[in-house]
Design a protein around this ligand. Structure first.
Ligand SMILES: *[C@@H]1O[C@H](CO)[C@@H](O)[C@H](O)[C@H]1NC(C)=O
Ligand SMILES: *[C@@H]1O[C@H](CO)[C@@H](O)[C@H](O)[C@H]1NC(C)=O
Length: 820
């Protein structure tokens, strides 16, 4: 339609130009297509055309157009290809002549062949390939082939398009010949690691309608460059390894990646540290990245390690990372006990809660492995106190007693809380020093010992013993005799105590008859400061020995006096002539007396009571019996061996005193005769001088005697026995025995006999003469003091005894006076 309009307009314009007709037809019209109505355009009748033999002349060129005379049209005879006809020449036209006859007329006809977009742009190759290094710089240019479009004008090649445009841009250069060259410029660096193969499509576009395109594929292979460093998967690795792990233990494995290819991506691991001994402890497998131990890790030396690792590729690019290796504690250290200060000897009187020892405990392990608990053995009076962190003090927990335990082995055991737990222990030996806190103790609460009288002075009697639980000097016991007195005499004059041994010695010979027992105290004292002591009472009992012979009290035996018992001739059988009174100061069996008749003038006349000493007649006295009878009685005690005494008893068998006197003068005549002459002189003086005093004494005595006459005498008192012990000194130096000790007064009684008769016997016709009587008033006084019955007849007799020396010859006379 458009073409027709265009044609119309163009024809109109041609009509002005005579003889010149132009037509324009597009190329490629089908055969028979109308090019133009030439008849009309020429203003000719169709019939005329035929008639005028109208014809088309196209020279030597191919006849693309023919004339249809019937219709008057120019028709396409053969399809016209503009590109073949004209190539790139424009405009492209066919020049024809229409020739008419009759008249010959000549018309030029130009048929312009207009282009039709019947050719797409075309590339020579459908694909081109590039190999570009990824390191190619931005701006690098790459020549591309141009495309060719046979069409011309608007239908020719117009532009190029490149897709995608991520990395490259197109740049077109117009050539002088009007063609265009195409370049591809790198706009964004390539990255093989991202995109190794890039496929681009270059499209050439013409301007026809419809538009036609031609494409070419650009295949780009990106070549690797070492543009990527190795990269560790983590910048910091954490690992843990137990201490004391054997060499070869894999600690951890690190890994690095390199995006590059080939050698550029081949990674080697290495340790980068130069610090410390890391290299001596760790090694890394360069290929696998395994970090292993080669040395020993000790938690106590280093709790962690930082291993710096490097990964490098063959291109020399590197990365680094850290491996923090924590060393895990293993309970491999025993607690270490240090004794900071200690006392190895403490006093037993130390106060409770006194610090004895301070210890310090260290365990280099960590956590539970280093937590230490300390204990001490049980059942000892000590306590372990935790004072501050890792310090302990050992204190006394209760009172100590060296006597119970003088030494303690205190073992301190410290355990950590690791699993398994490790422990160590230390033993302290603590000596307890003695304090004098124990007094000596006697083995017995009291002692009693026996000693037989008449011992040798210095005899050891027995031993007291005290023990002291303390030690050494504090237990050294000395024995001391406590001062006291026995019967007014210091006890040290009786006994002494050996200070060291406790042996008690008799200082003197004891006499049972003087002292039967006595008490004293012995003190045991230790050597402590101050000393402690204790006492014990010792009782010493003296045992009797038969050391005293019986003593005949009556009848009194003197060498100078004659005592005679009178027996009337009328006496019956059993007449009690007299009684032999004897005593024995010993006691017991030793004082058990028996009386026997040893000799007698007439054995048939008298007998002696075995037990009582009574002399009795055993038959009727006859006139034939001699006046003077002499009996010898032996008194024996029952001791072992027995001791005895004899007494002569003179018996006068007579009815009157003169008869007796005449008979008995010869009793003493033999002995007294030599003294007679001198004695008569003395006697005369004595009579004058003492008559008065004598009479006075006698009268008083008689009075007392008579007053007591009726009383029955049960006991007889015995005379004083003076005793003069030898002089002894304290052989042990402990006492004060530097005196001479006189006697003790001892009285024994002998009451087993019927002594009641003694008084009577003494009161009978007795003549006493005793020149040996040397007693004094003092002595009488002593006697009085010890007599139970000071007014007994014995006293009277003693008075008589004292008188007799003064009047040895008048004794019998005075005696008879007394009887009056
Ligand atoms: C303490 O130990 C020592 C030495 O081992 C030993 O001789 C002593 O008998 C022990 N003492 C005690 C009270 O166990
Ligand atoms: C020992 O006896 C003496 C005298 O009898 C007394 O004074 C003293 O206190 C006693 N000592 C002891 C420890 O019994």
């Amino acid at each position: 339609m458009d073409r027709q309009v265009l044609l119309f307009i163009w024809v109109l314009s041609l009509s002005a130009v005579l003889g010149q007709i132009s037509y324009s037809v597009p190329e490629e019209m089908a055969e028979g297509s109308v090019v133009g109505n030439i008849a009309q355009d020429l203003g000719l009748d169709v019939q005329r055309l035929t008639s005028r033999k109208a014809r088309v002349y196209s020279g030597d060129s191919k006849e693309y157009v023919e004339l249809n005379k019937g219709r008057g049209f120019l028709l396409v005879r053969e399809t016209i290809d503009r590109e073949a006809l004209c190539g790139q020449t424009t405009p492209c036209a066919l020049h024809l002549q229409i020739i008419l006859d009759d008249p010959i007329e000549f018309y030029s006809v130009t048929v312009e062949i207009t282009d039709v977009n019947d050719n797409p742009p075309a590339f020579e190759k459908s694909q081109i390939k590039f190999r570009i290094s990824e390191s190619a710089v931005v701006g690098s240019k790459f020549d591309l082939e141009s495309a060719i479009d046979l069409d011309v004008g608007i239908n020719g090649l117009q532009s190029y398009l490149l897709k995608p445009t991520d990395n490259f841009a197109l740049k077109l250069h117009n050539q002088i010949d009007g063609s265009t060259s195409v370049e591809m410029i790198l706009q964004k660096p390539l990255d093989r690691e991202q995109n190794e193969h890039i496929s681009l499509v270059l499209t050439a576009v013409d301007g026809g309608d419809p538009q036609m395109t031609g494409t070419m594929q650009i295949m780009i292979t990106v070549l690797d460059a070492n543009d990527n460093a190795p990269v560790f998967t983590q910048p910091v690795y954490k690992a843990a390894v137990a201490e004391n792990s054997p060499p070869g233990t894999v600690v951890t494995t690190v890994s690095a990646a390199d995006a590059d290819q080939g050698p550029h991506g081949r990674i080697q691991y290495s340790i980068r540290n130069t610090l410390g001994d890391v290299r001596n402890i760790f090694e890394i497998n360069g290929e696998s990245g395994e970090l292993r131990l080669v040395g020993n890790v000790d938690f106590e030396k280093a709790r962690n390690y930082q291993v710096n690792l490097r990964a490098s590729d063959d291109g020399g690019l590197t990365d680094s990372c850290k491996v923090i290796v924590d060393v895990i504690d293993v309970n491999d250290n025993k607690p270490v006990i240090n004794i900071m200060s200690k006392s190895s000897v403490i006093s037993e009187d130390i106060k409770t809660d006194t610090v004895v020892t301070i210890i310090n405990v260290q365990d280099p392990d960590a956590g539970e492995n280093g937590k230490v608990q300390c204990v001490i053995n049980e059942n000892i009076p000590f306590l372990l106190k935790s004072t501050s962190n890792s310090f302990y003090s050992l204190v006394t927990d209760s009172d100590l007693d060296r006597e119970r335990a003088s030494e303690y082995n205190i073992s301190i055991t410290c355990c950590d809380e690791g699993v398994p737990s490790l422990s160590s222990s230390v033993t302290l030996t603590l000596h307890i020093s003695d304090v004098n806190d124990n007094a000596p103790v006697f083995e017995r609460s009291s002692y009693e010992a026996y000693i037989v009288e008449n011992n040798t002075p210095g005899l050891s009697i027995f031993t007291v013993k005290a023990t002291d639980a303390d030690w050494n000097q504090n237990a050294r016991v000395s024995y001391i005799l406590e001062d006291s007195s026995v019967n007014g005499v210091p006890v040290s004059s009786y006994v002494s105590v050996s200070a060291d041994s406790g042996v008690i010695h008799a200082v003197r010979s004891f006499d049972y008859e003087h002292i039967k027992d006595f008490h004293f105290c012995v003190k045991a004292q230790d050597g402590g400061s101050p000393p402690l002591s204790s006492n014990v009472t010792v009782k010493i009992t003296i045992q009797d020995q038969n050391d005293n012979a019986p003593q005949v009290l009556y009848p009194v035996q003197t060498s100078s006096s004659v005592v005679a018992e009178m027996v009337p001739r009328s006496a019956d059988v059993g007449y009690l002539v007299t009684k032999v009174v004897a005593v024995d100061v010993d006691s017991g069996q030793n004082a058990w007396l028996t009386y026997k008749l040893q000799k007698a003038t007439d054995r048939a006349l008298f007998e002696v009571g075995l037990q009582n000493g009574e002399i009795r007649t055993i038959r009727q006295v006859t006139d034939k019996d001699a006046v003077k009878q002499r009996l010898t009685v032996v008194v024996e005690d029952n001791g072992q061996p027995s001791r005895s005494a004899t007494v002569n008893v003179n018996v006068a068998v007579a009815d009157s005193f003169p008869e007796v006197l005449s008979e008995f003068t010869d009793f003493t005549h033999d002995k007294e005769y030599n003294d007679n002459l001198t004695f008569y002189l003395v006697l005369a003086l004595a009579v004058v001088s003492f008559l008065f005093i004598t009479c006075l004494v006698v009268i008083i005595s008689v009075k007392i005697y008579r007053w007591r006459q009726s009383r029955i005498l049960y006991h007889s008192s015995l005379p004083v026995i003076p005793y003069y012990p030898p002089r002894y000194s304290d052989t042990l130096g402990t006492g004060t025995l530097q005196h001479v000790y006189n006697y003790e007064v001892c009285r024994t009684t002998d009451s087993r006999k019927s002594d009641c008769k003694f008084g009577r016997a003494g009161s009978q016709n007795v003549l006493i003469m005793d020149p040996s009587c040397t007693g004094t008033m003092q002595r009488i006084q002593n006697e009085k003091n010890i007599l139970d019955e000071p007014d007994s007849p014995v006293e009277v007799r003693n008075l008589r005894l004292c008188i007799t020396p003064i009047f040895p010859f008048f004794g019998p006379l005075l005696a008879s006076l007394l009887q009056c």
